[in-house]
Design a binder for this molecule. Sequence first.
Ligand SMILES: [Zn+2]
Length: 435
Amino acid sequence: MTRCRLCGSAAMASVVDLGATPPCESFLAADQLDQPEPAYPLHLRVCTDCWLAQIPPLITPEETFTQYAYFSSYSTSWVEHARAFVDGAVRRLELDAAGEDAFVVEVASNDGYLLRHMVDRGIRCLGIEPSVNVGAAAREAGVPTLTAFLDPATGARVRAEHGPADLVVANNVYAHIPDVVGFTRGLRALVADDGWVSIEVQHLLSLIEQNQYDTIYHEHFQYYTVASAARALASGGLALVDVELLPTHGGSIRLWARPVEAAGEPSDGTSPAAAALPGRTRGEAPGARERVAGVLDREKAAGLQELSGYTEFSARVAKVRRDLLRFLIEAAERGETVVGYGAPGKGNTLLNHCGIRPDLLPYTVDRNPYKHGRFTPGTRIPILPPEQISADRPDYVLVLPWNLRAELVEQLSFVHEWGGRLVFPIPELSIVEVK
Ligand SMILES: [Zn+2]
């Protein structure tokens, strides 16, 4: 029986069952097309005791992340997002003044897309990145990077060697680790007793409200509300102090947490974090506790602290699938051409769940050269360089990274030259005329 990985409860309710799919970053080389491809069940459940939404950990991060295809620096808006984060964090925690005395650690630091801004400012930093190839790219870019997974032992080792961190950044990784308690203890081991942990992770509230079901994939083991994230942080001795709502990934949360001793009472998700704390501590932004309480209220109003918030989701997912398939089939019947844009991990959940193969989508394109000449897992759609779109002038471009909608409507506006249109599948099918 599947038990909740945070609280151990056996009370797990089904949210949506997406069938069986291959790991979403396992793009196939041409010589793999005649080989078998493993598929794993993708079934989201929610624990009705602590309300952590989760999928079973069928693929370990070790299998996923030794040769990872995702280089953060390939997304323009992502690099800009990282720069803005560093500016804000440096100001908030006054890291500039400390210079070489300050120490910042980023967990899952990818190709150094974020820490290079710390390096530029002369702030001492270290990346911890499990992917060998991605970490090597970071070191080449001048960002000190340790190839490792974070657990309590790694955290203690880094602390012993480099000292405690004033700031530990863990962006887009808190969903990717099946041992959420061990990882959180690792964060606690890294951070100074009066330091800060900053975590960005997708917000389950947006996922549910906006039908973002394609962001469910095997690499994402759990899906957080602020309430369940506060409980997860508490499991490692961290207390949630502040939260910001971000537009990234279709809706994310940035959690600011501190060791319980520094923050006062940990939030258990039901009582707003340490509301009774006397005065603000260093680095705490004005209105922090009120912001946490405000988001907790929104989550509660959406029914996410009871079963009612989860029961309709499966039917809405089925409608996204029907609408997209109907569009693709009717376009094919009319003799119109549809090609894809982007080959993100989430696209593979969508393509596999909908059963879209090259007869409906002959190819997709991506800016990441690693993916060129490869094929999407499961659905085996060829991935080509972006220039292919202007060469072929298709009637429609199906945009798989819908979360970059504003950026891509602009970037792909050239399709209007031949009357082409963009299609976004999520939150619901929309066909966009670009000018
Ligand atoms: Zn639980």
